[in-house]
Structure formats: C-alpha cells, structure tokens
Write a protein that binds this ligand. Structure first.
Ligand SMILES: C[S@@+](CC[C@H](N)C(=O)[O-])C[C@H]1O[C@@H](n2cnc3c(N)ncnc32)[C@H](O)[C@@H]1O
Length: 191
C-alpha cells in the first residue's frame, strides 16, 4: 500500500495508484493512519492518500490497510508541503485532512508550520470545486493561526465538520482525549 513515487519532478499520475477512478481525499501527516484506514473502510467509493515523512508510520498504514482488505488507500513518504505544492495534480482532490500537525510552539519556529499564509492558495489549487480542508489541533495558538490564514483567504468559506467525519478520531486525538486535553477543529470549503 506504500506507493513508491517514480519521480518527484512531475505531478502524480493518479490512475497508477488506484484500481478505480474515484474522488480523492488526502491526509497530510497521517501518522499511524488509524483515522485514514477507518475512513477508507467506511468510504469505499473514494480513494485516499496518506502523506507521512516517517517510514515506520507508513508501514503501520500498510499493515492496517492490508488487514482491512482495502484497495482504496495508498501511503506516500514525502514532505507534506512539497507534496501539496508539486505532486498533487491541480483540482484533483475532494478533501484535505490535516490533523494534529506539528505545532512548532516556539515563536522562532512558527515558520515551520504547515498551515501558514501560503497554505490556502496551495490547498485551493489542489482542491476540486467545492472541496474542503478539515483541520484539528490541540494547540490553541496554532488554531488561531489556522483561522487567521483561512479567514483572510477569499477563496474559502467557513464550514462545519460533518458529524460522521468528526466521529472518526485520530491516534493523537484519542491520546489527547484520554488525557482530558481539549482539541479544536475547523473546516473551510472552496467557494
Ligand atoms: C502529531 S502527528 C499526528 C498524526 C495523525 N494525523 C494523528 O492525528 O494521529 C504529526 C504527524 O505528521 C508527520 N509530519 C510532520 N511534519 C511532516 C511533514 N512536513 N511532512 C510529512 N509528514 C510530517 C509526523 O511524522 C507525524 O506522524
């Protein structure tokens, strides 16, 4: 289930990844992929890509996906913003999921955050018309930054996270919930 990119110099050829041409959703920084595998199990008429930089975590995606008998999930080992900027074909994606991205809490490290001023335009370029970005975090300061950059992006409108999506939790979300740490979520859909 781990897709080896033939090149990082050309956009992905989606037909090479999946047996069925179906609407695509992408999770950037999918971690151990519990969310993605459960979501893909429930939504068999959609294709899913999990992007993750750590091989060990992608191997868990691979194991879980095989165990569930899924053919609509692939994991790709690459840096998320590079993937979004250069590899995801334009207007190819129905939804982008970014859950508990590294918060980079120190101010001098904020420039490493995935959701920054450039992100909405990159997301909009990858999304199909009406496509949505779903965000979750435990970090209030990062959440405020997420809201700020999307509220300033005229190509997006605020939306609700549907209950059927919110009920599928991620590994990190479950850990935070178990520790009583509040988590935050937001959604923005292309106008
Ligand atoms: C805090 S974990 C959250 C994982 C998962 N989304 C969840 O909620 O359980 C963040 C994940 O993003 C990955 N990650 C962080 N920065 C990344 C980047 N620039 N490109 C790809 N993956 C990245 C980390 O390796 C880690 O697995």
């Amino acid at each position: 289930m781990i897709y080896q990119l033939p090149t990082i110099l050309e956009p992905l050829e989606l037909a090479a990844l999946f047996p069925q041409p179906q609407p695509l959703e992408v999770e950037l920084g999918c971690g151990d992929a519990s969310f993605l595998i459960e979501y893909a199990r429930r939504q068999t008429a959609r294709n899913f890509i999990g992007v993750e930089r750590l091989l060990g975590r992608l191997q868990k995606l691979d194991r879980k996906g095989r165990r569930a008998g899924l053919n609509n999930v692939r994991g790709i080992r690459i840096e998320s913003s590079y993937f979004l900027r250069y590899l995801l074909p334009p207007h190819s994606t129905a939804a982008l999921h970014i859950y508990f991205p590294d918060p980079w809490p120190k101010k001098k490290h904020h420039r490493h955050r995935l959701i920054n001023e450039q992100f909405p335009a990159l997301a909009r370029a990858a999304l199909a018309p009406g496509g949505c970005v779903y965000l979750r975090t435990d970090d209030a300061d990062y959440f405020a930054q997420m809201q700020e950059v999307f509220n300033a992006a005229r190509e997006f409108a605020t939306a609700d996270t549907p209950a059927w999506l919110a009920e599928i939790t991620t590994d990190f979300e479950r850990e935070f919930n178990a520790q009583g740490i509040q988590t935050l979520r937001a959604a923005y859909c292309a106008r």
